[in-house]
Design a protein around this ligand. Sequence first.
Ligand code: FAD
Ligand code: EPU
Length: 346
Amino acid sequence: MALFLPEFDLQRFNTLAIPARANFYVAVTNHAEVLEALAFAAEHKLPLLPLGGGSNIVLADHYPGLVMHIKLHGIEQVAEDDSSVWVRAAAGENWHEFVQHCLAMGCYGLENLSLIPGTVGAAPIQNIGAYGVELKDRVAELSAIDIRSGLAVTFTADSCGFAYRDSVFKHSARDQYIITSVTFKLDRVAKVMLEYPSLLQQLQLSDSALNTAITPDQVAAAVIAVRQEKLPDPAITPNAGSFFKNPIISAEQFDLLRQRFADVVAYPQPDGSVKLAAGWLIDRAGWRGYCEGDVAVHAEQALVVTNPGRGAGTNVLALADKITQSVREQYGVVLQLEPRVYPSAR
Ligand code: FAD
Ligand code: EPU
């Protein structure tokens, strides 16, 4: 039986450590409890927030609804052939522990995504990505429960509409499904991905073509080392990772920008557009290391807004607004938030 707790403090369940309450909180550990929680929300006409590790949300205020903490567990190998293994993980599994588990089983392909906080079930929402790999490269399918009907549904990787920090779960399927498990297609023989500059640097390689001797465990260790150097540990300095997405602009807009800033960091996209390193833009605009009351901009990575004072979400969002305005004024580029704000206002 699910236990519904009223006026629940969410501070230790969001990595920005924002002190905000939910009208109701329930932890769900199996399918029946998910259905029970959906029925409770429908009966009391409550909005629903499915919660994983709370590492990509900003609580702007108290949440006037039901927080459903996803605690579904289990990892199993569901199929294999000569070269691939299909592994299914329940939505409540910790992402990094799952990556480590796959490595220990000799199943490769997720190592570049080591140490990303959060859960397996949240990973498809923004198609998590790091160091040259995105979740979409490895998802075979996912299972979900339709919030309105309570029915179980399956999404193929194609039907998830994955793109950079994006999926259908942010658009046409937003707030309509509880993801219950994700199935990954992994390799038996590793093909390590070493394109990302800071990864090559960490491994002291000058060229990704020199990758033959590098093992997936070494890749994971290098990714972990780079992350620990650049990104603050939320347990010590509350944060939600990158606070903004890297903006994608047209080739024409990029040419104009490059005339003014020859060293702007940018990645050409297959369709001709250009992705900019928002961290570079924010850093160059003077924000890296900035502090204001409870909140700050991380000194090692300007894309990360932190909340060392563990204060209100409105302070975090006010600083984000100032950064957005300054980047727009200086470069004519509009930044978009990466984490989702609750209650929904933007
Ligand atoms: P939550 O914050 O709990 O939820 C995020 C969203 O997903 C919410 O809208 C929530 O309702 C929804 N959701 C969660 N679970 C479910 C479910 N089962 N069904 C339906 N909806 C659900 N992200 C990257 O992509 N790459 C990185 O390198 C990266 N680095 C980070 C580093 C740090 C230090 C931090 C704090 C964050 C970083 N992130 C990164 C962002 C974050 O870790 C990911 O977005 C992660 O997938 C969020 O998982 P979560 O379980 O914490 O999600
Ligand atoms: N840079 C600066 N100053 C800064 C920060 C970055 O000049 O303060 C420059 C770096 O020198 C580098 C470039 O910007 O040339 C890119 O920096 P980095 O490699 O740190 O990556 P990022 O683009 O800032 C993205 C993701 C991260 C992910 C890393 C590694 C987004 C929004 N962020 O950061 O994801 O871990 O690449 O792949 O795409 C997250 O989403 O929460 C997250 C942490």
